[in-house]
Design a protein around this ligand. Structure first.
Ligand SMILES: Nc1ncnc2c1ncn2[C@@H]1O[C@H](COP(=O)(O)OP(=O)(O)OP(=O)(O)O)[C@@H](O)[C@H]1O
Length: 304
């Protein structure tokens, strides 16, 4: 189990770093093998900061991350099991090196003693696991491959390790619609084989498509979490309701009667007074604040 316990990340900002910005505030969540948890929130809500903290690229200001009960220590042993794939596959490759160099780096770092023939076999298996034809990938430069192929190659690279958890941060946002669905289906296959995925997205429909649990982040705090069916089917926090209201429907047109994207919805203020996550129904947590009222939630609902 990969667990986050009260993780907080504060950045120093302003001239000379004199002030602070809390990007992630007391977040706790568990990710089990074979489970996809989506971390949903608008731009600036702290998703990437949280993902980088899980990957040890940032250290938490407070709280801790554990892998099977042991405090996570970024290093070879941790990265054997926990890896990340990010939004922009092009920036992950050096344009002057052939794309398969990312695979060679894994060999040099983790498996220097493995014989050439065995390594070749492992590469072929990991590429075919992500639906890539080695003949079409190996020996090519990044600019000769599509975004979808590069993203799959990064996942294949992770599969060369004894991968158990993947942080997938907006990995489909730079892909076209049909490639996006291919990559999502690939994640679903890997999940079926026991991989735990933290699926970071601002796109509610993707979160709904792929995950069984959803965690909604607002200004660095979890405001609602639970099964995806509960969070999407019966959203309780004003922010979740507002997010769901802002998804344009295929049948609605801007400014039309069914236009929910431009509906005026009051800004929920989570910083008002003390707030806690309460269990509204089994497994479905919602943050209740001094500023929240049932009447406010009801008026937001009616705007959907
Ligand atoms: N290195 C940094 N130094 C200072 N502030 C930062 C830094 N990185 C992120 N922030 C701030 O932390 C907050 C959360 O940023 P983060 O990138 O984690 O959000 P996000 O939800 O991933 O947004 P997006 O979807 O736009 O990537 C934002 O207010 C951002 O400006």
């Amino acid at each position: 189990m990969l667990s986050l316990e009260g993780v907080t990340k504060t950045y120093r900002v302003g001239a000379f770093g004199t002030s602070t910005l809390t990007a992630v505030d007391d977040v706790s969540l568990d990710l089990a093998p074979g489970e996809v948890v989506s971390l949903i929130g608008e731009s600036g809500s702290g998703k990437t900061t949280l993902g980088k903290t899980v990957l040890g690229l940032l250290s938490p200001t407070k709280g801790r991350i554990t892998l099977d009960g042991e405090r996570a220590r970024p290093g070879k042993a941790y990265y054997r099991h926990v890896q990340g794939v990010f939004q922009d596959p092009f920036s992950c490759y050096n344009p002057v090196f052939k794309a398969d160099r990312v695979l060679t780096m894994i060999r040099n770092e983790y498996f220097p003693g493995v014989a050439d023939s065995e390594w070749q076999g492992r590469i072929e298996t990991s590429l075919s696991d992500v639906g890539l034809d080695p003949g079409q990938i190996l020996g090519r430069y990044p600019h000769q491959l599509s975004g979808g192929q590069l993203q799959r190659l990064l996942i294949a690279r992770a599969l060369l390790l004894d991968l158990r958890y993947l942080v997938a941060d907006e990995i489909t946002s730079m892909l076209d619609a049909s490639t996006r669905i291919d990559v999502l289906n690939l994640l679903a296959d890997l999940k079926a084989r026991g991989l735990g995925v933290l699926f970071v997205t601002h796109d509610l429909s993707l979160g709904n498509y792929i995950s069984e649990r959803a965690v909604v982040l607002y200004r660095g705090r979890v405001v609602e979490s639970g099964s995806t069916a509960a969070v999407f089917g019966n959203p309780l926090h004003p922010y979740t309701i507002r997010l769901l209201s802002s998804v344009p429907r295929l049948t609605s047109r801007w400014g039309g009667e069914e236009d929910t994207a431009s509906a005026e919805v009051p800004e929920p203020d989570d910083r008002k007074g003390a707030s806690t996550l309460v269990e509204a129904e089994p497994g479905h947590l919602v943050r209740r604040t001094g500023g929240d009222t049932d009447a406010g939630t009801a008026s937001l609902r009616s705007a959907r």
